[in-house]
Design a protein around this ligand. Structure first.
Ligand SMILES: *[C@@H]1O[C@H](CO)[C@@H](O)[C@H](O)[C@H]1NC(C)=O
Ligand SMILES: *[C@@H]1O[C@H](CO)[C@@H](O)[C@H](O)[C@H]1NC(C)=O
Ligand SMILES: *[C@@H]1O[C@H](CO)[C@@H](O)[C@H](O)[C@H]1NC(C)=O
Ligand SMILES: *[C@@H]1O[C@H](CO)[C@@H](O)[C@H](O)[C@H]1NC(C)=O
Ligand SMILES: *[C@@H]1O[C@H](CO)[C@@H](O)[C@H](O)[C@H]1NC(C)=O
Ligand SMILES: *[C@@H]1O[C@H](CO)[C@@H](O)[C@H](O)[C@H]1NC(C)=O
Length: 348
C-alpha cells in the first residue's frame, strides 16, 4: 500500500514546470547559427507550462537557487531542458504557454512539455504527448516555422514515468505491467516518428531514470537504498526503448533517434554506478532537500493559516534531489556532466 501512496505522490510531483523564456543565467553561451530546440514530455523538461493556479512548481521554495523565485520549474533551479539548451549554445526555449500571452521568442524553439503528463492520459489534466505534438503541428501549419527553420532543429522528448504511476494508481498491482510497458513504448515510437515526419532532424528521447532511487521510493528506508523492484521495472522499459530506437534508426545511416541515457547518468551522479568513480559530492545522495513535515505534506505546502508544512535543507547545492521526485539544480548539473561526452556525439 505504501508503494501505491508513493506512486501517487510521484505522479503529483511530476508536475515539473516553469516559464520565463529568458536566457538561463551564466549558462548561456554564444553560438551556433539558428539551432532550435523543441521539447515534449513531462516535469523533467517543463519550464513553465503547468498552470500557476495549482502547480507546486510555482510556489515557494521552488526556484530559490535560480532564478531566485518560483518560476514554474520543478526544482530549486534549472532542469534538464535548460542544460540541454546550454549545451546547444542557445537560451532555454520559451514555454508554449508563453506564446498565448503574446511573447515572441521563437528563434530558439518552443517547450511543449507539461509536468505530470505521459504518452497516455494520466491523472494530471495537462496535455499528453500526442496533444503536445498537435500544438507543434498546428504552429507549423500556421507557418510559424518553415522547413528550412527545422533543418538544424532538435527535439528533446522526456518520459519520466507518469504513465506507470497512473497505471499503478488505477490498477493497483504490477500484474499486466510488461504488457503495459509495451503499449507505452509503442505509443512513444509513434510519437517519435511523428516528430520526425514534421521535419525535426534529430530526436533525443530520455531513457527512464531509476524510479526505485527516487526519494518517493526510498523514503520508507530513510533514503538509504534504492528499491530494486522498481528499478527492475525501469530496466525493462529501457531495454524495450533501446530495441525500439534501434529499429527506428534502421535504414537511416544517420542516427536520427538518440537516447539520452538519464538512467546511467542518474546512477553515476548518485555514485551508484558500479566500478565508476563518483563525480558527485552530495552529502547523502538519495535524501531530498525539500520535504513535507509528514506524509500528508510535500515541498511547498502551507496550511490554511499560511504556515509552512515543509522543511528545506541549508545547502541545496549539496543535495542531488530537490524534492521527492525531482533533481535539484546541482543534481541536474551532475546529470548533465555525466551526459556531456555522449551529447557531443549525439547532438552534433
Ligand atoms: C491524448 O489526449 C487526448 C485528449 O484528451 C485524447 O483524445 C487522446 O486519446 C490522448 N492520446 C493518447 C495516446 O492517449
Ligand atoms: C536541409 O539541409 C540539407 C542538407 O543537410 C539540404 O540538402 C536541404 O536543402 C536543406 N533544406 C532546406 C529546406 O533548407
Ligand atoms: C489496467 O488494467 C486493465 C486490464 O489489464 C487495462 O485495460 C487498463 O488499461 C489498465 N489501466 C491503465 C491505466 O493502464
Ligand atoms: C542498504 O544499504 C546499506 C548501507 O548502504 C547496506 O549495508 C545494505 O546491505 C542495503 N540493504 C539492501 C537491502 O540493499
Ligand atoms: C533493418 O533493415 C533491413 C532492410 O531494410 C532488414 O532486413 C532488417 O531486418 C532490419 N533490422 C532491424 C533490426 O529492424
Ligand atoms: C564494470 O565492471 C564489469 C566487470 O569488471 C564490466 O563488465 C562492466 O562493463 C563495468 N561497467 C562499467 C560501467 O564500466
Amino acid at each position: 500500500m505504501a508503494k501505491q501512496t508513493y506512486l501517487i505522490y510521484f505522479l503529483l510531483f511530476l508536475f515539473l514546470t516553469i516559464s520565463s523564456a529568458h536566457e538561463i543565467g551564466g549558462l548561456y553561451r554564444h553560438g551556433h547559427g539558428n539551432r532550435k530546440l523543441f521539447v515534449f514530455g513531462d516535469s523533467y523538461a517543463d519550464t513553465g507550462n503547468c498552470p500557476k493556479s495549482f502547480a507546486g512548481s510555482w510556489k515557494e521554495p521552488y526556484g530559490i537557487t535560480f532564478p531566485g523565485r518560483p518560476d514554474g520549474r520543478f526544482s530549486d533551479g534549472r532542469v534538464l531542458t535548460d542544460y540541454i539548451a546550454s549545451f546547444l549554445g542557445i537560451p532555454s526555449p520559451l514555454p508554449y504557454k508563453g506564446l498565448k500571452s503574446g511573447k515572441k521568442l521563437l528563434q530558439f524553439g518552443i517547450n511543449f512539455a507539461y509536468g505530470g503528463t505521459g504518452v497516455f492520459n494520466t491523472l494530471a489534466k495537462e496535455p499528453n504527448m500526442t496533444t503536445q505534438i498537435n500544438f507543434f503541428q498546428q504552429l507549423l501549419e500556421e507557418k510559424v516555422y518553415t522547413k528550412h527553420d527545422l533543418n538544424s532543429s532538435i527535439a528533446l522528448v522526456s518520459l519520466g514515468g507518469n504513465d506507470y504511476a497512473t497505471f499503478m494508481a488505477t490498477n493497483g498491482s504490477l500484474q499486466g505491467f510488461p504488457t503495459f510497458t509495451e503499449t507505452v513504448i509503442n505509443q512513444l515510437a509513434l510519437n517519435l516518428k511523428r516528430i520526425l515526419g514534421l521535419g525535426v532532424k534529430r530526436i533525443a528521447v530520455t531513457a527512464m531514470e531509476p524510479l526505485g532511487c527516487l526519494p518517493v521510493a526510498t523514503a520508507s528506508n530513510s533514503y538509504r537504498n534504492c528499491s530494486e523492484s522498481e528499478n527492475s521495472l525501469t530496466d525493462f522499459h529501457n531495454q524495450m526503448l533501446q530495441q525500439t530506437v534501434k529499429k527506428l534508426n534502421n535504414g537511416s545511416g544517420d542516427q536520427v533517434f538518440v537516447i539520452i541515457d538519464l538512467h546511467t547518468a542518474f546512477l553515476s551522479a548518485l555514485n551508484l554506478q558500479q566500478n565508476q568513480t563518483g563525480i558527485s559530492k552530495f552529502e547523502n545522495p538519495l535524501k531530498p532537500c525539500c520535504v513535507g513535515v509528514d506524509r500528508g505534506y510535500s515541498c511547498g505546502n502551507v496550511d490554511r493559516s499560511g504556515a509552512k508544512k515543509y522543511t528545506v535543507c541549508d545547502k541545496p547545492q549539496l543535495s542531488f534531489f530537490w524534492d521527492m521526485i525531482h533533481p535539484s539544480n546541482q543534481g541536474w548539473f551532475a546529470i548533465y556532466s555525466a551526459l556531456q561526452s555522449s551529447l557531443h556525439l549525439q547532438l552534433y
